[in-house]
Design a protein around this ligand. Structure first.
Ligand code: BTN
Length: 149
């Protein structure tokens, strides 16, 4: 028992230090995706809810692109281990459409944060007969933009 105590102490400290050094993925900040779209996520509150803005690089419409609001929420369960799942909705200010994104915030092998997402873009159609063509689906990967001075 006497010999085991220093060993257990070292093990405990090593595990504790490892826990402290593991980088967590945070949604807050500015992001760019593989299409060149930019988004800003403001503070995530204690419930995991957040808001922000989205500037898409592309549109399915012929309308002029404008900055659009987003609202989302992230999973606060302790099992998320610093790489939380989340979802958000962009209510496009320049079109009749809505996009929902769902994804997970990862820290990659180089320690870089990356958001792996899938999205559904729902366009407005004139009648139920056109419902079949109203939803697009895709994937976007977001990386963090450097913080501005
Ligand atoms: C529209 O065209 O009606 C609104 C803009 C939609 C932009 C889509 S949302 C999914 C994909 N990811 C982006 O960053 N932009 C496109």
């Amino acid at each position: 028992m006497v010999q085991a105590t220093p060993f257990l102490l070292v093990l405990f400290l090593a595990l504790g230090a490892h826990g402290l050094s593991v980088k967590k993925c945070s949604l807050t900040g500015r992001w760019v995706n593989d299409l060149g779209s930019n988004m800003t996520i403001m503070t995530v509150n204690a419930n995991g809810d957040f808001a922000g803005s989205y500037h898409t690089a592309v549109t399915a419409t012929s309308n002029e692109i404008k900055l659009s609001p987003l609202k989302g929420t992230l999973q606060k369960s302790p099992n998320q281990k610093g790489q939380p799942t989340f979802g958000f909705t962009v209510n496009w200010s320049f079109s009749d459409s809505i996009t929902v994104f769902t994804g997970q915030c990862f820290v990659d092998e180089d320690g870089k944060e990356v958001l792996k997402t899938m999205w559904l873009l729902r366009s407005h159609v004139e009648s139920i007969k056109s419902d079949w063509k109203a939803t697009r689906v895709g994937i976007n990967v977001f990386t963090r933009l450097p913080t501005q001075e």
